[in-house]
Write a protein that binds this ligand. Structure first.
Ligand SMILES: *Cc1c(COP(=O)(O)O)cnc(C)c1O
Length: 423
């Protein structure tokens, strides 16, 4: 199905760029997007992020700015902050971080000194770069010590985490990650943080929408600080938030501005406010639960087709597949699936014998397809396409990939994506 042209001013001024945007709209319409950190924002969120709020500088915080003319901007930021506090049930929210990585860097700035020990999950185990991994500033400027998951279960071993924390006495402990298919036990992390005297940071970037919708336990009141992006399961614009109890409010605000950033991206703040409003509606609870139901149904269907899933399945929106038994490297599979109209990312699996740029696994998730309205009854078809695509990747069968691509586009045409142009 060919989408209508939109963005008339852009097309007139810069047809080259407009064509690229149009092509991306078509791609997002036609493909089955399974990258678990991606989503489709609503038309309302898109509109808010494309407003003249873009034009305004507003260093500082509402009521305490370094520039005049903040009559409306202050209200926008107050609205976003109040909605974040109400939705997550926290004392304090800062909606200014430019994205998840700068939000985490602000946490280091608030609670640690360069050279201090910090603890997080190792990147190849499913942690995030910013949890003290070596190539990140957080691993270069701080001394990162890292925990993982058990090889036999694919689950976090809290005895290991406790032993490491008591031995290393980190200033910060990060929990949460980018490839964790199971529920995070915030209470267990909080106990370890308390015993070892660390500040517990729950980085819920991936699962914030599930938490808001009641489909994953909340880190409140266990975590000292909650860091999240706004653009993953929360279905907002690309941005981030830091939340905490009142006692840490000042430290966090000072770290974000003036510690790390200049003027906030007010158009993003506005779109965050809209996304938080949407996430507070009863329909968002349905969405969050549907994301998890779909992931569980997809995991079942993949297991039935002989796929090896890390930890044996999923509790959330995300599935990590080890393709070793299928005899296809993750990258080869991911690239073949992309040609089949199924967008995934290759990913390390815990204890991966292969290199991070050529790992054994593929990571998939259900936030985007659920935003389009696909339900559990569609998951066997999705698993089937993945199965056929992985087989075609192994045998080099380009015709099979093209056939899948056509079938995918057919189903996707029946489930128009939010935010994409329609007639
Ligand atoms: C996505 C993610 C981040 C970083 O967010 P960016 O917006 O990409 O900088 C941080 N932590 C976790 C756990 C994430 O999943």
């Amino acid at each position: 199905m060919t989408l209508p042209l939109s963005h008339p001013a852009l097309s007139a001024t810069d047809p080259e760029l407009a064509a690229l945007v149009g092509a991306e709209e078509q791609l997002q319409a036609d493909t089955l997007r399974l990258i678990p950190s991606e989503n489709y924002v609503s038309q309302a969120v898109l509109e808010a992020s494309g407003t003249v709020l873009q034009n305004k500088y507003s260093e500082g915080y509402a009521g305490r700015r370094y520039y005049e003319g903040q009559q409306n901007i202050d209200q926008v930021e107050r609205l976003a902050t109040a909605r974040a506090k109400a939705l997550f049930g926290v004392d304090h929210a800062n909606v200014q971080p430019y994205s998840g990585s700068p939000a985490n860097l602000a946490v280091y700035l608030a609670f640690a000194e360069p050279g201090d020990t910090v603890m997080g999950m190792a990147l190849p185990m499913g942690g995030h770069l910013t949890h003290g991994w070596g190539v990140s500033a957080t691993g270069k400027w701080f001394r990162g010590v890292q925990y993982g998951v058990r090889q036999d279960t694919g689950l976090i071993d809290f005895d290991e985490v406790r032993d490491l924390a008591l031995k290393e006495r980190p200033k910060l402990i990060f929990c949460g990650g980018t490839a964790l298919p199971r529920t995070i036990d915030f209470a267990a992390f909080a106990e370890i943080a308390r015993e070892s005297g660390a500040v517990l940071v729950a980085d819920v970037a991936h699962i914030a929408g599930l938490i808001a919708g009641g489909a994953h336990p909340s880190p409140v009141p266990h975590a000292d600080v909650i860091s999240t992006t706004t653009h993953k399961t929360l279905r907002g614009p690309r941005g981030a938030m830091l939340m905490s109890r009142e006692e840490h409010a000042k430290a966090i605000d000072k770290a974000v501005f003036p510690g790390l950033q200049g003027g906030p991206h007010n158009q993003t703040t506005a779109a965050i406010a809209v996304a938080l409003h949407e996430a507070a509606q009863p329909s968002f609870r349905d969405y969050a639960h549907a994301v998890v139901d779909n992931a569980k149904a997809l995991a079942e269907a993949l297991l039935a087709r002989g796929f090896d899933l890390v930890s044996g399945g999923t509790d959330n929106h995300l599935i990590l597949m080890d393709l070793t038994p299928k005899d296809v490297p993750g990258k080869v599979a991911a690239k073949a699936l992309d040609r089949a109209g199924i967008v995934v990312n290759y990913n390390t699996v815990p204890y991966d014998p292969r290199k991070p740029f050529d790992p054994s696994g593929v990571r998939i998730g259900t936030p985007s397809l659920t935003s389009r309205g696909l339900a559990t009854e569609h998951m066997p078809a999705v698993a089937d396409w993945i199965d056929r695509g992985v087989t075609a990747a192994r045998t080099g069968d380009e015709d099979a990939l093209a056939a899948i691509r056509a079938e995918v586009a057919d189903l996707m045409a029946a489930f128009p994506a939010p935010g994409l142009p329609t007639d």
